[in-house]
Design a protein around this ligand. Structure first.
Ligand SMILES: [Zn+2]
Length: 152
């Protein structure tokens, strides 16, 4: 799900580590490029996963991965925990510090982590604050980075 306000286009040269896109997460990254937040869903019990996994609630039922697929989800969740970085552990993050990196419990259940945008780190007061996905497009690099922002 996207609207103009949760898409950022960044045409600067990318100097950070690139996303590690592989056979098991390609649909997730393709989803970000289409401004869709994809999670891996069990067709038997409806549980969502990220990253891709077997459904541990249906183990033994015969469902395994044959009954699972990528689906578009809300892109909304709440802060499960966070840390604020005051040091750049990679030179390309120098201009970002201080920044907050959040682990988000998505409304569908999985925990997903990314940098938090749009709010000074000192404004992050509590676990449980609602957040939403931001799609940071990098047209020159042909990928979209996942970011979060405080919902509101
Ligand atoms: Zn299941």
């Amino acid at each position: 799900m996207s609207n103009a306000s949760n898409v950022i286009i960044d045409n600067k040269e990318w100097k950070k580590p690139r996303p590690n896109v592989d056979h098991d997460n390609k649909e997730f990254w393709d989803g970000l490029k289409q401004h869709k937040f994809m999670l891996w869903k069990c067709g038997s019990c409806g549980a969502h996963y990220w990253p891709k996994a077997y459904c541990n609630q249906c183990e033994g039922s015969g469902a395994w991965a044959s009954n699972m697929k990528w689906v578009e989800t809300s892109g909304k969740g709440k802060i499960f925990c966070f840390n604020v970085h005051h040091m750049a552990f990679h030179p390309a993050f120098k201009d970002d510090i201080p920044y907050a990196y959040v682990l988000v419990e998505m409304n569908e259940g999985p925990l997903v982590s990314a940098m938090l945008l749009g709010t000074p780190p000192d404004d992050i007061h509590k676990v449980g604050q609602p957040v939403e996905v931001v799609y940071e497009d990098h047209p020159k690099e042909d990928f979209t980075m996942l970011r979060f922002r405080i919902a509101g």
